[in-house]
Design a protein around this ligand. Structure first.
Ligand code: NAP
Length: 298
């Protein structure tokens, strides 16, 4: 069994959570649409994650849609007191599985109610507003209406804490003028480093940074340099990619996604992996520079 305490904790909205968490998106069917191929396996992954010490799970009611939250409820309700379930609103799914923006105040409210119903709770721990300006990269523009809509639901007692997803530094500042922001969830990993400055800025403010696609997402990172480093230290490439993120900044909380018990166990072990300075320097050099990836990782 893995020992998540080795990677320490970080305060998420005043709750110290293990820095190794779990992202539930991969539990729905192919393309995050429809039921999982193996429902029992999905339930087993969730239960083992929590049994391993995970007390931070990321989800959304638009995963499935509804299905991932229903799996979480079936596997884990009544929820352990220390479990923080972070969900997100801002999109819905088309009949063909398309990801459609749902950013109007009434959409935000409907999204909150969908999450409450399918997770089986009266109040949501943390809700991220997922800004759909661009699909996997933030785009500048005011997010005032969306954050204000969520702040209104917080005032009504349906939401404890507010986070942001797919946002820029300017949008974080704008949101902080409306409500306290407890976490930011953007695309970031060993290769994709556009958010380096934002991570450091948020660390200075004590705000959690939660990288989505920490392993590269639907096509996990493949790199001969990463594989070589992993071989040298006796770990797997995915473990090294996760350990590098844990070393990157203290406010990084991980939510690697998997539908496989084997991968879950492998990923949890990364919490105990320490990276020697020389290895870290090699990994640091693998990131993109001004949006371009070094040749070794293309
Ligand atoms: N805010 C947003 O816009 C946003 C966007 C995307 C994701 N998210 C959140 O972020 C979480 C993490 O992102 P993600 O799940 O999309 O991507 P990820 O964690 O980067 O990678 C998941 C992919 O890697 C595979 N994988 C996992 N562990 C592995 C291992 N040890 N060895 C080999 N392959 C492995 C998974 O396949 P298997 O199932 O076969 O293991 C899956 O294909 C999601 O679960 C979701 O909660 C948020």
């Amino acid at each position: 069994m893995s020992n998540l305490t080795a990677a320490g904790t970080f305060s998420l909205a005043g709750h110290p959570v293990h820095r190794m968490g779990y992202g539930a998106m991969q539990l729905a069917g192919p393309g995050v649409f429809g039921p999982p191929r193996d429902r029992d396996a999905a339930i087993a992954v969730l239960r083992e994650a929590v049994a391993s010490g995970v007390n931070h799970i990321d989800t959304s009611d638009f995963y499935g849609p509804h299905i991932t939250n229903q799996l979480i409820r079936e596997a884990l309700h009544p929820y352990p007191d220390d479990l923080m379930i972070v969900t997100k609103v801002g999109a819905v799914r088309g009949e063909d599985g398309a990801w459609l923006p749902a950013m109007e105040p009434e959409d935000i409210e409907r999204g909150v109610h969908d999450n409450l119903r399918n997770l089986g709770v009266d109040v949501l721990d943390v809700v991220n507003v997922r800004i759909m300006g661009s699909v996997h990269a933030p785009a500048e523009g005011s997010i005032e209406r969306q954050v204000a809509a969520l702040a209104e639901l917080q005032y009504r007692g349906l939401v404890r804490h507010i986070g942001l997803s797919n946002v820029t530094s300017a949008q974080v500042a704008e949101a902080q003028g409306i409500a306290p922001i407890v976490c930011v969830q953007n695309h970031y990993n060993l290769i994709q480093r556009e958010d380096d400055a934002l991570i450091d800025e948020l660390a200075g403010k004590g705000i959690a940074y939660v990288p989505f696609f920490p392993l590269g997402g639907f096509t996990p990172i493949q790199s001969s340099a990463l594989s070589r480093v992993a071989r040298i230290i006796g770990a797997t490439p995915m473990q090294v990619a996760l350990a590098w993120l844990l070393h990157r900044a203290p406010n990084i909380l991980l939510i690697p996604g998997t539908s496989s018990l084997g991968h879950l166990r492998e990923n949890m072990q990364a919490a105990q992996l320490s990276l020697p300075g020389t290895v870290r320097a090699e990994l640091d050099a693998m990131g993109n520079v001004n949006g371009r990836q070094p040749a070794a990782t293309r």
